[in-house]
Design a protein around this ligand. Structure first.
Ligand SMILES: Nc1ncnc2c1ncn2[C@@H]1O[C@H](COP(=O)(O)OP(=O)(O)OP(=O)(O)O)[C@@H](O)[C@H]1O
Ligand code: SF4
Ligand SMILES: [Mg+2]
Length: 328
């Protein structure tokens, strides 16, 4: 098996607050293979953005990494200084479009000025070269090159998002990480953003994508692999077609049935919407964290925590229904 492009092992990270520790990433293993589009999905507050920040070693107080290892192309990011990571990793090996990117652009600068600010520390290119690189990238992706002279507010939401993603990869990083790139957009604009990301991969501008989203139907269209996160943990992972055709974890089923066409069997089970709320990550429930909301809950689920165990076909699931574990 070739080494994955990105590998996170045994990751634990918390927001350390006065009122307690928010264990937003609580023992996560995750990998992004080469040539893959990996989807990371889960309800709001389950820790997706925190996990992405940890994977990119973008750690700022009150967030602290408690344990784990992150290998990007074989290099352990947690052993590098922030300065080294800024120079050698961000924008160079991995481009990151955070959740708030659409609204976080400096409104007083034209797009090309923002590009120059972002890449001058990584390249000795002249202003003229930066302009021509940027135009070439936009052309490659069928985006209007005159958008570089516009202010962010002069572009529509969808165009702004596509331009941000396109220019984030100017230095040809191997991995693109996008956090909820489509959630503020209408359906047809979402499709354009997705199509552009696929074109970037097809044109070998990037090798792999880590795509964080609430929108499971969108993930179904593009992902090769899926990770489902609940309350700081991965509860199911595997090849996307297997997960979508036959979700195993009750939470994965609930997520799918809550957003995709509700099926009669699912409705009977009470899954048309997911009942209850995700738990506090300061004091998560004992045992399986999904047990207060799970229609299949058994005694063992309240006492013991199911581990994320392989179940064949490259899949893993953390649920007692799918592997026998003896209660401790
Ligand atoms: N800066 C912070 N300080 C304290 N707690 C935080 C901070 N950022 C996030 N959290 C908490 O960490 C948990 C995980 O949040 P995170 O933003 O990673 O979830 P998410 O899955 O990305 O949610 P969403 O889908 O809404 O983007 C939540 O309980 C959240 O309240
Ligand atoms: S371990 Fe138990 S409570 Fe948790 S998802 Fe499986 S059946 Fe439901
Ligand atoms: Mg988030």
């Amino acid at each position: 098996m070739p080494e994955p492009l990105l590998l996170g092992l045994g990751l634990r990270a918390s927001y350390v607050l006065r009122l307690g520790e928010v264990r937003a990433v609580d023992g996560v293993d995750i990998e992004v293979p080469r040539e893959a589009i990996v989807g990371l999905a889960g309800e709001s507050g389950c820790g997706k953005s925190t996990l992405v920040n940890v994977l990119l070693a973008n750690i700022r107080p009150p967030l602290r990494v408690k344990a784990g290892k992150i290998l990007l192309d074989g290099v352990n990011l947690l052993q590098m200084s922030r300065e080294e990571i800024r120079k050698k990793v961000w924008g160079v090996k991995v481009s990151y479009v955070p959740q708030s990117a659409l609204n976080a652009l400096n409104p007083t600068k034209r797009i090309i000025e923002l590009v120059k600010d972002a890449i001058t520390q990584h390249t000795p290119a002249t202003d003229w070269e930066v302009v021509s690189m940027t135009k070439r990238r936009l052309e490659e992706l069928n985006l209007p090159t005159d958008s570089i002279h516009k202010y962010p507010h002069e572009l529509s939401g969808g165009m702004r998002q596509r331009v941000i993603i396109a220019i984030s990869t100017l230095l040809n990083p191997r991995l693109l990480v996008v956090d909820e790139p489509t959630s503020a957009l209408d359906v047809s604009t979402q499709k354009q953003v997705l199509k552009m990301m696929l074109d970037m991969k097809r044109n070998r501008i990037i090798d792999s994508i880590l795509f964080v989203t609430h929108e499971l139907p969108l993930l179904r269209q593009v992902a090769t692999h899926v990770y489902i996160m609940y309350a700081g943990k991965i509860v199911e992972y595997g090849p996307a077609d297997h997960i979508f055709q036959n979700p195993l974890h009750p939470y994965t089923k609930a997520l799918m049935y809550s957003v995709m066409t509700p099926e009669p069997e699912a409705r009977e089970r009470g899954f048309a919407t997911i009942p209850g709320e995700p738990p506090s990550l300061i004091m998560p429930p004992q045992g399986c964290r999904f047990h207060p909301r799970c229609p299949y809950v058994m005694d063992i689920c309240r006492r013991s925590e199911p581990r994320l165990a392989p179940v064949g076909e490259g899949r893993g699931v953390a649920c007692f229904l799918h592997h026998s574990e003896v209660a401790g």
